[in-house]
Design a protein around this ligand. Structure first.
Ligand SMILES: Nc1ncnc2c1ncn2[C@@H]1O[C@H](COP(=O)(O)OP(=O)(O)OP(=O)(O)O)[C@@H](O)[C@H]1O
Ligand SMILES: O=P(O)(O)OC[C@H]1O[C@H](OP(=O)(O)OP(=O)(O)O)[C@H](O)[C@@H]1O
Length: 229
């Protein structure tokens, strides 16, 4: 195995997800004192910014928490939904206030009857929710266009993200319950926080000023349901 490269204590490795979070994350980091840009069309997965002392790793959302938890990246930006689903206990100092949405239980409008199968991209959160409500449904892990499962009879309900509600309206679906609210979070490796504190402390402070501030401690951690709160 190739040994991990030794990085200078003033160098930062950032784990950022491609997709809808990337552009706003880079813009926010630039406002916070790290002048970064990403090439528009490139297959490169690792972007070096020697003048800023930063490396960006471009990842799938679901992989951001593990890169930060295992210390390959010092810092990451990821949705609270993905962070909860990862089960990783990384330090989460800033609610960045964008990519706001909620994870909800969704059914066809007017549907009644027991839940036998529930389709979702979030099996951990789904199992926690169903178990807290004493619902013995099977959780079916899906990868995208989750709402189709409720439309086709694959499942009696789905657990998926809602933002504007337009996907629900376009498919005759309704929100039955909200598991939790989500927004983009800054996450930090705990060892890096000590080793690279000269760079991380000012970054965290500036992002707190720019974003929504510290995460609500009551909603941090495990999935909650609107019925519990
Ligand atoms: N409709 C939405 N409105 C606002 N925020 C959203 C919406 N959908 C998802 N998000 C948030 O943005 C994050 C990234 O979403 P995105 O659509 O880029 O990833 P994805 O396609 O679900 O994931 P991947 O491609 O990595 O499997 C989600 O984890 C969630 O926190
Ligand atoms: O309430 P709305 O504003 O309609 O947003 C909700 C939709 O956005 C996300 O899907 P996305 O577009 O990321 O596609 P995906 O299902 O492939 O993840 C989510 O999975 C919902 O389907």
């Amino acid at each position: 195995m190739t040994p991990a490269p030794v990085r200078a204590p003033d160098h930062l490795t950032l784990a950022l997800p491609k997709g809808r979070i990337l552009e706003e994350a880079v813009a926010l980091l630039s406002l916070a004192g790290l002048p970064l840009t990403l090439p528009e069309k490139s297959r490169a997965l690792r972007h070096e910014f020697p003048d800023v002392g930063v490396t960006i790793l471009e990842l799938r959302n679901q992989d951001v928490p593990v890169y930060v938890d295992l210390g390959v990246a010092d810092v990451g930006i990821v949705g609270k939904d993905v962070l909860i689903e990862s089960g990783r206990g990384v330090y989460e100092p800033v609610d960045l206030g964008f990519a706001r949405c909620r994870l909800s239980l969704i059914r066809e409008v007017g549907a009644t009857g027991p839940l036998v199968r529930v389709g979702t991209k979030y099996p951990r959160a789904a199992r926690a929710y169903l178990s807290a409500h004493g619902i013995p449904a099977e959780v079916v892990k899906l990868s995208g266009n989750i709402e189709l499962a409720a439309l086709t009879g694959l499942a009696e309900a789905v657990i998926d993200l809602v933002q504007t509600g337009s996907t629900l309206r376009a498919n005759n679906l309704e929100e039955v319950d909200v598991l939790f609210e989500s927004s983009a979070r800054l996450i930090v490796n705990r060892a890096a926080l000590k080793l690279r504190r000269e760079r991380l402390r000012p970054l965290i402070s500036r992002l707190r000023e720019l974003g929504a501030g510290e995460p609500d401690r009551a909603s941090a951690g495990q999935p909650q349901t609107s019925q519990q709160s």
